[in-house]
Design a protein around this ligand. Sequence first.
Ligand SMILES: Cc1ncc(C[n+]2csc(CCOP(=O)(O)OP(=O)(O)O)c2C)c(N)n1
Ligand SMILES: *[C@@H]1O[C@H](CO)[C@@H](O)[C@H](O)[C@H]1NC(C)=O
Ligand SMILES: *[C@@H]1O[C@H](CO)[C@@H](O)[C@H](O)[C@H]1NC(C)=O
Ligand SMILES: [Mg+2]
Length: 557
Amino acid sequence: MADEETDGAHILVNALVDQGVEYMFGIVGIPVVEVAVAAQQAGIKYIGMRNEQAACYAAQAIGYLTGRPGVCLVVSGPGLLHAIGGMANAQSNAWPVLVVGGSSDQDQEGCGAFQECPQVEACRLYCKYSARPPRLDTIPYHVAKAIKSTTYGRPGAAYLDFPGNLLNEKTSEDSIQPFPRNPLPPVSLACPEKISEAVALLAGAKRPLVVVGKGAAYARAEDQVRALIEKTGLPFLPTPMGKGVVADDHPQCVAAARSRALLEADVILLLGARLNWMLHFGRPPRFAPGVNSNSVPASVALLGDLKPVCVQLLKEVSGRLISHDSPWWARLDEKAQANMQINRAMAEDISVPLNYYAVFSHLQQLLPSDCIIVSEGANTMDIGRTFLLNRLARHRLDAGTFGTMGVGLGFAIAAALYARDHAPGQRVVCVEGDSAFGFSGMELETIYRYNLPIVVIIINNNGIYGGLDKELFQDIRDGVDVTLATPPTSLLPSARYERMASIFNESGHLCTTIPELESAVNLSLAESQKPSLINVLINPMAQRKAQDFDWLTRSKI
Ligand SMILES: Cc1ncc(C[n+]2csc(CCOP(=O)(O)OP(=O)(O)O)c2C)c(N)n1
Ligand SMILES: *[C@@H]1O[C@H](CO)[C@@H](O)[C@H](O)[C@H]1NC(C)=O
Ligand SMILES: *[C@@H]1O[C@H](CO)[C@@H](O)[C@H](O)[C@H]1NC(C)=O
Ligand SMILES: [Mg+2]
């Protein structure tokens, strides 16, 4: 029998298929066009994006949503460098992604080759594994190893480098040994004594609290975490992307009393979260001094996979650890009621120009309860997070641990494909600050090209945190050098972003009032087969309510 010929691109793609890769996001050019074409022929869904950064965001979001890394395919030099922002974001969020980069031919190395760049070295800081397979027959091994590194231990990014000559080199199929698919990551349990210690500590606490992070969502531990919370009766707080692991409207969720819960808790059980800036490092003034959490040294460290560790805790706990009528619950309820009252009052003011609270409280009433919410911006994301509820795990994607603007459209594209292929009927709603939207705005074309039914809503306040109204913007720049006079936080007032839909022969929606918002959102949700674009003009001076602590805002500047 004649020996079939193959080449580097096909060996790579076959290895990706063998390792269970389902999606590839990227931008093609020399030398990776053949890789994308071969991927499609092998049944890997390929989504051509408009910037590698957004492609890498999409690939890591699909990794988070499916538990298997997406691939980000990029060209040499600038293509790869654009993807590095995405790799850093994936590492920071602990989401799996594999970046595959073309690179210049090896015989031109050091000669100033087209797009020559030290790619393996450049990626090393931003991923768990960075390598260039040395020969065709080693490709399956390196693909397996790279994929394994993205999901074993703390998930993250991996990079594989393919010089053009390797992708084009031919060999006989017989000379390539496939590498078996990696088994699921091995499961580890916490030390049994530590489980008893942790439960004893919680049982002895006066003001215990559970914090649920996105690690619990990634671990698919929602049933176990909810069971633990319900059995113990403990109050819980989700981190931004921990929202939905246990429903935001669960009676034990104390998100509405977040500051008080963190400040006064004496023992904190941290599930799948890290005490980084998002949780104020676990330190005073946001936490009680000496609080028993991983703040600083943990009182009890439970090292293991979240799902089985929750089962261990569930077995150890005999029943409620805190009664309904404890003073702690009363303090939390009182604060939650007061905060919700303030929010309601602000939401009731629907005068024009609109404020954030009115927009988000109405949006919450209109959105389906099982929709995937993608959001980024500063005020837009922070205020939106408190109003837009999640009832399911992995249904919120946002700027995350790295605080990255520009992730929204890429995440939404991944979420829409995930919904199409794995969660039919679920809608994707992408709530963007006007500045945040701009970072990856051209991915709208990607959304229209693949006809993804995403509802993109731009909360437009003419700037970063806020801008100026049209008159003030004109006055301030009148007769002076615009580069000296325009506030750095300003964007062009009342930009008609909804008109971008017309480039794609569709019409967007402009909203300045609540009734306009309601009808635009209703119409968009009714269009279950195509994208929609909504531009909501709000008061550029709309302020957030006074915060007890402004760290969350300040640390994003
Ligand atoms: C990549 C990146 N660049 C810059 C920033 C700084 N930054 C934080 S939030 C933000 C945009 C906030 O404006 P917008 O998205 O319009 O939301 P708003 O607060 O106005 O509602 C920027 C530029 C960042 N976090 N990430
Ligand atoms: C644009 O949309 C209109 C109305 O839906 C349709 O008749 C027309 O063919 C479209 N044009 C293009 C270029 O697709
Ligand atoms: C939008 O839909 C909701 C129900 O989903 C309905 O209560 C409301 O009246 C609708 N509003 C408009 C303006 O269409
Ligand atoms: Mg803005």
